[in-house]
Write a protein that binds this ligand. Structure first.
Ligand code: NAD
Ligand code: ZN
Length: 374
């Protein structure tokens, strides 16, 4: 695998004293030590990863830390969403502290969104906050969870209910790591990539429509463009609204109110990955908006066709649900954290590349729309 710095692209998340760079390109794991060293107050790192990612990428990362004169420890967590709980968090904190860390120690999250979220929250809390670097290895983590500073773990009450806004010092996105990612996980991350086109960038959607095969075939140039475009948009939105107080960052939740209801109804299980739920949620949002006369039916069809071609679910039937489940889906939507005063807030499209926040979505229309699904 040849790697040259020239193929690496850089962008900055502008957050005043919390600003940080995102590097995107091939071969970045092998160059991580050199990228991280200048940010360190103390040449000590604790790498947190999972049992699936470690055999693929941990040795290369450790070699690069060695080459940069950085001492390091590794903590390998079990893979999967179940790791993002209080029990694993408690053990992780103990293990990190047992490494003899100081305020200047750097945490490094090497893995998908699970590793990134729990490691970020650990960084936010140990010794009242130490620096951390994200090295995301799933497409979902590369285009979404590693950027923006949301860190969290789950509790029995719900997902991501305990956490902090805590920005990393650097995000290293090595597109080569996607080579080992299962096809289904790639598709789930791809749905979040499409989301950026649908919410604010019609040209990006058109490019994805034409070039998605190159993305799936992991063509480095296409991947770098898809990830950069996604991160650039997320970085811009995060810079404008770091703590999600206004509507702008909420637009990133396009497809997610439907999506969370679908995940809840399928028990947050492997039956439906988050990105798959978002794909179906985006298709439903377009169809519902078309029903309300807010968006052209042809646009809704184009979105559905695109997601279908990507082998993502676009119908309730694709995930074993039907119109008979409308009541329960709406009940879940009523519990979504974007609900204020019991009213359902939806992000709906006006066209491909433009969405808006609809507060007080017409519940009867929503029910009739979902119930009409065979
Ligand atoms: N913080 C945020 O803003 C934010 C945004 C979106 C999602 N999330 C969170 O992200 C999590 C989901 O992230 P995810 O989809 O990356 O899941 P994940 O971290 O569970 O990774 C999916 C699977 O892929 C494996 N894997 C990771 N990289 C691999 C690679 N390169 N090759 C082979 N296998 C690999 C993992 O071990 C895991 O089994 C959820 O907990 C979600 O809440 C957070
Ligand atoms: Zn999402």
């Amino acid at each position: 695998m040849t790697t040259t710095a020239a193929t690496t692209q850089r962008l900055t998340v502008e957050l005043a004293e919390r600003s940080y760079d995102i590097l995107v390109g091939p071969g970045l794991v092998a160059r991580a030590g050199a990228q991280i060293a200048p940010l360190m107050r103390r040449h000590q790192a604790v790498v947190v990863t999972d049992e699936i990612v470690a055999p693929h990428y941990l040795a290369a990362l450790e070699a690069s830390l060695d080459a940069a004169g950085i001492s390091h420890h590794a903590i390998v967590l079990p893979p999967g969403e179940a790791t993002k709980d209080l029990a694993h968090f408690g053990r992780l904190i103990d293990d990190i502290l047992a490494c003899g860390i100081e305020r200047g120690t750097m945490l490094v999250a090497l893995g998908g969104g699970v590793v990134g979220d729990i490691t970020g929250f650990a960084a936010a809390t140990v010794l009242r906050g130490i620096d951390f670097v994200q090295i995301p290895t799933t497409l979902l983590a590369q285009v979404d969870s590693s950027v923006g500073g949301k860190t969290a773990i789950n509790t029995p009450t719900g997902k991501n209910l305990v956490g902090a806004f805590y920005q990393p010092r650097l995000v290293l996105i090595d597109t080569d790591t996607l080579a080992t990612l299962p096809r289904r996980e790639l598709g789930a991350g791809y749905a979040e990539t499409v989301k950026y086109g649908l919410i604010a960038d019609p040209d990006f959607f058109a490019w994805l429509d034409a070039e998605n095969r190159a993305v799936y075939e992991l063509d480095t140039t296409a991947l770098t463009r898809a990830v950069m475009t996604s991160c650039r948009m997320k970085a811009r939105i995060v810079a404008a609204d770091e703590r999600e107080t206004g509507d702008e960052r909420a637009l990133l939740n396009f497809g997610h109110t439907f999506g969370h209801a679908l995940e809840a109804e399928t028990g947050f299980s492997d039956a439906l990955l988050h990105g798959e739920a978002v794909a179906l949620g985006m298709a439903l949002a377009f169809d519902f908006a078309a029903r309300l006369g807010l968006v052209d039916a042809a646009e809704a069809r184009r979105v559905r066709d695109h997601l279908d071609a990507a082998e993502l679910p676009t119908d309730l039937g694709d995930v074993g649900l039907s119109g008979k489940d409308a009541d329960r889906l709406i009940a879940h939507m009523g519990k979504d954290k974007k609900v204020r005063d019991g009213r359902i807030t939806l992000i709906l499209p006006r066209r491909i590349g433009e969405v808006f926040v609809m507060r007080d979505a017409p519940a009867e229309d929503l029910h009739a729309f979902l119930a009409a699904h065979a």
